[in-house]
Design a protein around this ligand. Structure first.
Ligand SMILES: Cc1cc2nc3c(=O)[nH]c(=O)nc-3n(C[C@H](O)[C@H](O)[C@H](O)COP(=O)(O)OP(=O)(O)OC[C@H]3O[C@@H](n4cnc5c(N)ncnc54)[C@H](O)[C@@H]3O)c2cc1C
Ligand code: SF4
Ligand code: SF4
Length: 421
């Protein structure tokens, strides 16, 4: 019997990424919940039969992702790339509020206002509990504005795909690379859903920190309890923007909260709370999306810069959507080379190489690793990593497996009382 004959087995073996695809496949059987130390996780109804369990786990990108075969080294390192552009939203409010240049928001808004899409699947902070996220279908500029800027905390955008499928009209789907991989698996298995997603947009992603990471962040920002907070920002309101909290009105003696830079917040706090599956993630750049969008870190950013996004066109459908948004005046863009992508995200090329070694090591010592088909990732391990980095990808993995006690099964049971969403 396969090691992954059920969704619970994927979670236990630390391979769940929290995308929510299983919950979209069978919303009657699976519900996504927030856990403190791992991320959003599926809670599966008890007593389902083996065939149903196996059909459910088939949609899961946590255990397996199929990539296009790579024709050359660039494709192995960066995935399929038709064009690279740098640009920003022309709407100044969207651009300011967004993570980088607001390109994701501008493309979503153009889809909605042009009538090409009935809505856009997006993630935003919950109003009642701003430390947690919710997935919504944006249908207006106000909705898109409310969903601007990255949330460096767990989110499960695929879970909304059950509603998209039921609606039947075309939507834009926005998520991290693993979310788009999950959406694609669902689309391959479901013709109606395939017809309901007109465009997929992936943000670049170096990893998702757990809720425990966000709690450490708010403590550093001067709030002791989640209940004191009105709003939490990880990015945006400038580029890249500062991490900050806005406290609820109350105790006048309370010290005003500090804000910290994105580099401090990510480097000193959030990064060490990444879920384990992110260490085994080979796609940080949204290779399954029509468009993937991140930061053009290839140059130093001036203090007064308003924000730019790096836009990778991966499919003809993505090219048409981007050009339509540009022609309609939602975005301005300038052409860049593939080398700009490499210069902007050199760490992600190294990480991709290291993941090949990490997966091999994990399997060798009896821990689990996702199965990646195609993609030519071994080539990146061979070319991008020095002999020392290759050795580190092996030794570092063994140390992490021991430090994280990965032989102990992860349980999706450690729920917060407040995890209903
Ligand atoms: C966990 C995480 C790690 C990231 N790592 C990198 C990185 O290593 N390098 C890099 O260049 N960029 C990274 N990004 C992406 C980057 O922060 C910007 O999202 C990207 O540059 C697009 O900016 P924008 O201004 O065009 O997006 P915006 O116009 O601000 O739109 C952002 C979109 O992302 C969605 N979103 C926000 N948070 C999440 C989430 N947690 N899950 C799914 N969707 C979400 C929003 O709903 C919105 O649709 C990361 C983002 C996240 C959430
Ligand atoms: S990775 Fe996605 S589909 Fe797989 S178990 Fe986790 S939430 Fe479900
Ligand atoms: S690093 Fe990979 S697995 Fe982790 S959240 Fe980002 S895309 Fe998903």
């Amino acid at each position: 019997m396969s090691k992954f004959d059920s969704i619970e087995r994927v979670v236990e073996r630390h391979l769940c990424m929290g995308c929510g695809a299983c919950a979209a496949a069978r919303p009657d059987l699976v519900k996504m919940v927030d856990t403190e130390h791992h991320g959003r996780r599926p809670l599966v109804k008890t007593g389902i039969d083996d065939d149903t369990a196996r059909a459910l786990v088939d949609v899961c990108p946590g255990k397996e992702i199929v990539f296009q075969p790579a024709a050359n080294y660039d494709e192995a390192a960066w995935g399929p790339v038709l064009e690279v552009w740098e640009g920003h939203a022309t709407d100044p409010e969207l651009r300011f509020s967004a993570s980088s240049g607001g390109a994701v928001s501008a493309i979503a808004l153009h889809g909605i206002e042009s009538g090409d899409a009935a809505g856009a699947v997006q993630v935003r902070a919950r109003k009642d509990q701003p430390l947690l996220n919710e997935t919504v279908i944006s249908e207006s500029r106000a909705d898109v504005l409310a969903a601007t800027a990255s949330r460096y905390s767990p989110a499960s955008p695929c879970e909304k795909l059950a509603d998209v499928r039921a609606d039947g009209r075309k939507h834009v789907f926005i998520g991290k690379p693993c979310d788009v991989a999950g959406a694609n698996r669902l689309m391959q298995m479901d013709e109606r859903l395939r017809g309901s997603i007109g465009l997929t947009v992936s943000i670049f992603c170096a990893g998702t920190p757990s809720l425990a990471g966000t709690r450490e962040l708010i403590n550093r920002l001067g709030a002791s309890e989640a209940s004191e907070i009105n709003e939490l920002r990880y990015r945006g309101n400038g580029w890249p923007g500062r991490m900050s909290v806005q406290l609820k009105p109350g105790d006048q003696k309370r010290v005003e909260p500090e804000s910290i830079t994105y580099a401090e917040g990510w480097g000193e706090i959030l990064q060490k709370h990444k879920q384990w599956r992110c260490q085994l993630c080979v796609d940080h750049l949204g290779e399954h999306a029509d468009l993937s969008i991140g930061d053009p870190w290839y140059r130093p950013i001036g203090d007064d810069e308003q924000g730019e996004s790096l836009i990778v066109v991966r499919t003809e459908r993505g090219r048409l959507a981007l050009m339509a948004a540009v022609e309609a005046g939602y975005l301005v863009v300038e052409r860049r080379s593939v080398a700009t992508l490499a210069a902007s995200q050199p760490n992600l090329e190294q990480t991709k190489g290291a993941v090949f070694g990490r997966c091999l090591t994990s399997r060798t010592v009896g821990s689990s690793a996702p199965r990646y088909q195609g993609g030519g990732h071994g080539l990146v391990w061979w070319h991008a990593l020095t002999p020392l980095a290759k050795a580190q990808s092996v030794i570092g993995t063994i140390k992490r497996i021991i430090r994280n006690r990965l032989w102990v099964p992860e349980r999706a049971l450690r729920l917060l009382g407040n995890s209903e969403s």
